[in-house]
Design a protein around this ligand. Sequence first.
Ligand code: ADP
Ligand code: MG
Length: 390
Amino acid sequence: MKFFFRVIVIGATVFFCCGCAMGGSGSRENASAGGAGDLEGQASGHTWQNAAGMQNDTAAGQDRETARQYVDTAMGTVIQQTVYASEDAASDFFERSKALLTGLEQEELSWRLDTSQVWRVNAAAGSEEGCGVSEELAALLQECLELYGRSGGAFDITLGPLTRLWDIDKWAAGGADDEEGFRPPSAEELEDALRLCGSDRVRIVSPSSEGEETKIFLPEGMQLDLGAVGKGLALSRIGSMLEEGEGISGAVISLGGSILTFGGKPDGSSWKVGIVNPFDTSSNVGILSLEGQWCVSTSGDYERYVEADGVRYHHILDPATGYPAVSKVRGVTVLAKDGLLSDGLSTACFLLGTDRGMKLAEEYDVEVLFVMSDGSIVMSEGMEPYFTKL
Ligand code: ADP
Ligand code: MG
């Protein structure tokens, strides 16, 4: 599989670009001034551009102001990390963030790997003993159940039987035409799968005495799928690592459709995060200008889909019907301080549409922007100061 990476400098403005397919191992580069080129490529959910502030002098004292980039794959998507730091601090960070992501997938979230807690919770579905989980995972599940309630059941992490029936994991990121062998499930298959879903039937039982674990009980046949929040959670954890760590003055981490900004750039200018145009994913509908720590997540019908017999089936499913959600919305971007919120709410708001989605965003105190199927843009009032239309 192909994997490529470019650092491009245009005058004083630096664009980091990544056009990629899955696979391959990570590549590291120092971004240095010099050369010229055009903006090309993008991460799957956003492009981001890093305006000005780059130093090509890496002498001591300026070392921390050098942007260093690491591109790799993690959690089934592309991760592009750029930090302003010394070489040692950057390489230490890249190593630790890689370990964090690998651990998160292998030990906590993956439903495919029998080493993960989610796998064990799923395997214990229907058992009387339930399954003990870490406090972190219990807290994550609790937040997801809360979002299930607040979204009126639209956001549902128990759709595992349904996402497996559709075989969403096999669909190419970015979409595929007439995927070989794809056929939509029958109404009967969907009904059968839907009967196994429903977050209201998940039980989380707190430990009765110290030293015991929180237990999760799923009814028989239910399977968790944390695809809607995994990347956001990963960004939150990386955010904490950056906060606690030393020697990194600024960072932008892009993990599939979610982006984390941290700290600042040497010249004090803001981070620029592009919001992809769902009608032409090689362009942006606008840019968010952000300072300090933020998480930006986008959910859209163009991110992962398959087309068969002229019909497009995308990866955000309506728990009421079992089919991809029918919506006037093509893409939703949520801006939040926390990655779990930005990721979870972008999926939820896609399903809820503008009126209910906007209300939900307000309840959670996050900002939201909808790109509608007629091309119009609808956003919360608090998003306006950050957004520049292109
Ligand atoms: P992406 O992972 O591409 O950024 P999202 O964050 O919107 O996109 O999450 C979509 C994923 O969430 C799907 O691939 C599937 O695993 C899961 N999912 C699909 N429909 C729902 C839903 N209604 N509620 C919760 N999770 C969902
Ligand atoms: Mg999401």
